[in-house]
Ligand binder design. Structure first.
Ligand code: ADP
Ligand code: MG
Length: 252
């Protein structure tokens, strides 16, 4: 699904991501773990095009995507969610879900002007799709409420609905469990598994080890910008380098 070759991202002299290479197999829920500052979010930002990697190459199902804008990468089927989602607070949940694809169409000025009927029809289709995915993530009772009333966990579900409208093939989730109460966390995990059964591939950054170990296979481990290893939950648990990375290099 995704191949990363020697991805490096530097900030000044800091190699936040350092020569990272991996492949994500289609149909997997791949995990990405590592201590704070390991470079996980920076790697996501490179994959999703928020900033281009300093060096290295990325391909999505054989097609190069490094250097493309986030919009172009999103349009090619790679979506990401943020560690701390920031919906538009005064817009409703429904409007927040509709806004990303609408924005792209708004740029098609002549299409709007020449074929207003078709645009209106597309908007109805989009609203229906948005309601479908809002329902899917369990937020339909809040669809017409402003996003500011949502809890942290509900915002994560809203963000999932927002990217699902675009029917992504690969979704990058940055700490879906952080700050989410256990009931909503179950709902999020359930939705991930359901989407995965429908063919969506996932790459998940998560600190909750029980969650990662149960949900993800394989699991990749990063530390200090580098990819330490990748393997099954058991292999990760049994690898002394992983323990050492989490203990900050202290003798085990
Ligand atoms: N926009 C940025 N500008 C400068 N340094 C950054 C930026 N983003 C991340 N870093 C640095 O990159 C390193 C990796 O950070 P990050 O990718 O957020 O790690 P993680 O998500 O694994 O906790 C850290 O040293 C961090 O300070
Ligand atoms: Mg992070």
């Amino acid at each position: 699904m995704l191949t990363a070759q020697s991805i490096t991202k530097t900030f000044g002299g800091n190699r936040a991501v350092d020569e990272v290479s991996f492949t994500i197999k289609k149909g997997t829920i791949t995990g990405l773990i590592g201590p704070n500052g390991a470079g996980k979010t920076t790697l996501f930002n490179c994959l999703a095009g928020l900033f281009p990697p300093t060096s290295g190459s990325l391909s999505l199902e054989g097609e190069r995507i490094d250097g493309l804008s986030p919009d172009r990468i999103f349009a090619k089927g790679l979506a990401r969610t943020f560690q701390i989602p920031r919906p538009f607070p005064e817009m409703t949940v429904l409007e927040n879900v509709m806004v990303a694809p609408l924005h792209q169409r708004g740029e098609r000025f002549w299409a709007n002007w020449l074929t207003p009927g078709r645009v209106a029809a597309e908007e109805r289709t989009l609203a229906a799709a948005a309601r479908h995915w809002i329902d899917f993530v369990g937020l339909s009772h809040l669809a017409d409420q402003p996003a500011r009333v949502l809890s942290g966990g509900q915002r994560k579900l809203l963000e999932l609905a927002r990217v699902l409208v675009a029917k992504p093939r690969l979704i990058l989730l940055d700490e879906p469990g952080a700050g989410v109460n256990p009931v909503l966390l179950d709902a999020i995990v359930d939705r991930i598994v359901s989407l995965n059964r429908q063919g969506v591939t996932f790459l998940v950054i998560e600190h909750n080890m029980d969650l990662v170990m149960n949900l993800c296979s394989p699991i990749m481990v990063m530390a200090q910008g580098r990819l330490l290893m990748a393997g099954t939950a058991q292999e990760v648990r049994d690898d002394p380098r992983v323990v050492e990375a989490y203990l900050g290099g202290a003798p085990a």
